[in-house]
Design a binder for this molecule. Structure first.
Ligand code: ZN
Length: 551
């Protein structure tokens, strides 16, 4: 079935609720492991129905935020999801209290039960109203970002359409674009501050109701992190400060020398080469054709999968008015369909989507037949290994997308991957501060951001950029608003993706087989156990980053 042919069915939540309650009752009365597994699979089917239409609503709403039908559908799911979560919690509670729990564990795996323990810790009906408020605030943030209309270059542009100007060869254009963008954020500073402040308050309130000291550990538990703690992440950030920050600074200093700028300002770091950044060639259609050629040649697995995506319209790539910002990959379990969403803007980021989001979709498709739905996706830090490693697997085909700029692309991509890690750790430390100091004022938060900046990105100076001196650069980082504590996952995955890069530079075939194996494991194991299973090094161990960076 093509994506456009999928009919959106408006679910009746009262019906779903009744069915769910009856199934939970049925589960409670089961006498054997077999009987219980039978009910579990019925619950899984109901869950597939609910989450599939929720995902469909969210995809179509993100493609056109002005479409009222899907705006309403999104509101419906924002409203009922917390109640649905309450039902799921009741189900889990019954499942782990069955007398033959150990037998079930053997069939379903320990991880599911560990995840259930976490989800029970992170949810109580008392927080339903708070979760609804949190969802609404997230939607408010996304709408605010999507509403950006910046007058520039004689046009009215959204944030994504502003990006190419930030890479202009003309320093003045870079500067003006940066100022126009900064002014928009500055003009909406109160709105951003207010949304975020409400988010911090509501999240802290939930943490307290659930018996946590603050939102930090709750955030970790909600992400299903079963094998590392905030203290491990703190130690890992120290590894980054010691090992990666100096390497990143060296690369950035080289860049500034290369583009011949004195007294560099943040917008100068967007330009990698004096002859211009590597620009992808061709239209969106041509890029998709090139991606097809690349995946045809990469492996038999990617050959058939890319065709599947293309033939079923499972990619919405072009930027359009009223389209939500950013890019993502999601999955509609009922139709076993991944979906890729992005905003092409003519920069090399377009190609990153065709590799990065493709990597996500390839993983979820590889593990779609795992019968336990909780195991289809792994936790986020593992998910990003699939996507970020695919960016490296794609290197040999970059001539298709960049022609003579191929080498420039690869250099800038690898440089970007390295310099990203300190930024990612900065975002993480910022959030840790925010939720540990939940009474801080918006102004104090922005000041903290500037302070952390100096540790992780000491090259950045804001001299003449009045707007940025307010410490508002993170307003554009959606994860800080919508997915607390997720961001460090990208850096953990990047350290693992570097390991794949090192591996493929030595033995391409082994690297690809290892990658496919990892994708097929889906979420059947925890992050560190997945790494162990395929022989990747644990980034939390002191010295890991230095070892990985050596090659
Ligand atoms: Zn990703």
């Amino acid at each position: 079935m093509k994506f456009s042919e999928i009919e959106y069915v408006q679910l009746d939540f009262e019906v779903i609720k009744e069915q769910y309650i009856n199934l939970i009752k049925e589960l409670k009365e089961t006498k054997t492991c077999e009987e219980a597994l039978n009910v579990v699979s019925k619950i899984n089917a109901l869950d597939t129905e609910f989450s599939s239409y929720g995902t469909l609503a969210s995809i179509r709403n993100s493609i056109d935020t002005s479409n009222e039908k899907y705006e309403k559908a999104q509101e419906f799911f924002d409203e009922v999801s917390p109640q649905y979560q309450d039902l799921a919690t009741n189900y889990y509670r019954v499942l782990i209290s069955l007398p033959f729990k150990d037998e079930l564990k053997e069939k379903l795996g320990d991880l599911l039960f560990n995840q259930i323990d976490l989800s029970l810790k992170t949810f109580k009906p008392e927080i339903i109203e708070d979760l609804i408020e949190e969802n609404k605030l997230s939607t408010e943030y996304s709408k605010l970002i999507a509403s950006a209309k910046i007058e520039f270059d004689g046009k009215v542009l959204n944030l994504s359409q502003m990006a190419p100007y930030g890479e202009s060869l003309d320093r003045n254009v870079r500067r003006e674009a940066n100022l126009a963008r900064g002014k928009w954020f500055y003009d909406h500073m109160n709105e951003f501050d207010e949304i975020y402040d409400k988010m911090v308050k509501v999240r802290t309130r939930m943490a307290k109701k659930l018996g946590y000291e603050n939102y930090v550990q709750l955030g970790f538990d909600k992400l299903g992190r079963t094998d590392y703690t905030p203290a491990d992440v703190k130690n890992y950030r120290e590894q980054i400060k010691e090992t990666l920050v100096p390497i990143a600074q060296e690369l950035l200093a080289k860049q500034i020398k290369r583009i011949g700028v004195e007294n560099p300002l943040p917008y100068d770091y967007n330009l990698n080469f004096l002859s211009g950044n590597a620009k992808p060639i061709g239209t969106t259609q041509e890029k998709i054709e090139n991606a097809k050629k690349m995946y045809d040649e990469l492996s038999s697995e990617t050959y058939s999968f890319f065709r599947f995506l293309k033939e079923n319209e499972l990619m919405d790539l072009e930027t359009k008015p009223n389209k939500q910002g950013g890019g993502y990959c999601t999955y509609i379990p009922k139709f076993k369909m991944p979906f890729i969403f992005s905003n092409f803007n003519g920069t090399s980021g377009d190609v990153d989507v065709l590799t990065h989001e493709f990597g996500h979709s390839f993983q979820v498709y590889s593990s779609k037949d795992i019968p336990i739905p909780e195991y289809i996706w792994p936790t986020m830090e593992a998910c990003e290994i699939h996507s970020m490693s695919m960016e490296f697997f794609a290197y040999p085909w970059m001539n298709l997308f960049f022609g003579n700029d191929e080498e420039k692309y690869k250099y800038a991509h690898l440089k970007g991957a390295i310099t990203f890690v300190p930024y990612g750790a900065c975002v993480d430390e910022f959030q840790t501060y925010v939720y540990e100091n939940y009474d801080a004022t918006p102004k104090q938060r922005r000041e903290k951001w500037l302070e952390l900046h100096k540790q992780y990105e000491p090259h950045l100076r804001f001299d003449e950029l009045e707007y940025y001196k307010e410490g508002l650069r993170w307003f554009a980082q959606a994860h800080i608003f919508n997915s607390p504590f997720y961001y460090i996952d990208y850096t953990l995955a990047q350290v693992c993706a570097f390991q794949f890069k090192n591996m493929m530079d030595v033995d391409k075939e082994k690297a690809w087989d290892t990658y496919v194996k990892l994708c097929k494991l889906g979420g059947s194991k925890s992050f560190l156990n997945l790494l162990k299973e395929v022989g990747l090094e644990n980034p939390f161990i002191d010295g890991c980053i230095a070892k990985v960076m050596k090659p």
